[in-house]
Design a protein around this ligand. Sequence first.
Ligand SMILES: [Zn+2]
Ligand SMILES: [Zn+2]
Length: 282
Amino acid sequence: MSKRCPRCGDTGYRTVAEGRFAEGRVCRHLQACPRCHGEGTLLQRDARGYEVITPCSCELLSVARRVGFYDRARIPARFANSRIDAYEARDPHGTQHRARQLMTQLAGNFRRGDRGLGLGGAPGVGKTHLLTALCGYFALERGFEVRYADFADLIGELRARFEQGGGAEALVGTVVDAPVLFIDELGKGRATEWEQSIVDAIISRRYGRGLSLFFATNFAFADDDPNREPLAGRIGERAMSRLREMCRLEWISGPDGRAMAAAHHVEPVQAKKGPRGMSRIS
Ligand SMILES: [Zn+2]
Ligand SMILES: [Zn+2]
């Protein structure tokens, strides 16, 4: 019992980047379970002498179910190995440390229907890494039915449905209704009136049904940053005000070259090596 599986570290699964989307694999060690021989179930006799099918303690069925959620999440393949603890916080203002902390808390404590999180920041601060890591964790470790969508892909998919004459009904039964939805690059694109009306419909629909939402965006949450276009201008004021209710909004600052050099004098190793070293030992 004490020997760890070298392939999966006893999680029972691995994640792989083979096709367009990340996929999970049930680890071989479960298929070689000496009790159920890869069936996942056992035929046992209960107290009254009836034969009943019970899940094997190897949890093959549970792992297979969670791997299924992961496969259907449609996380881009190149983020198949995103892990929250592998996210390296590099900013001197501490917003990246904070984002990682928040993600770690959400990973363990989030319940379906809870308020989600919106990550804002310039490209390159690792928003997609954090978002995909949490999405994968929810599927594989928490057993949540999740969906991950790039905003532009989502709009494209819905446009096709609307063009087939679906009207507002075109949203029904799509990714928009996923119990927990992750949208990356929210607000990207041309922000036409039509696109805005779609975003408004998506957010209103989830808002009305109390469905959790997580997202990332390059646009500003507040309109007081003169260097950055506000998200409200891209998705509309009504959608923005609903987002504020549905999601905690966190801005992640980008690494500033000079400030980074100064910060490295103060804490040269801890920030980088701590979490990595720990995950290797555990
Ligand atoms: Zn294994
Ligand atoms: Zn078994």
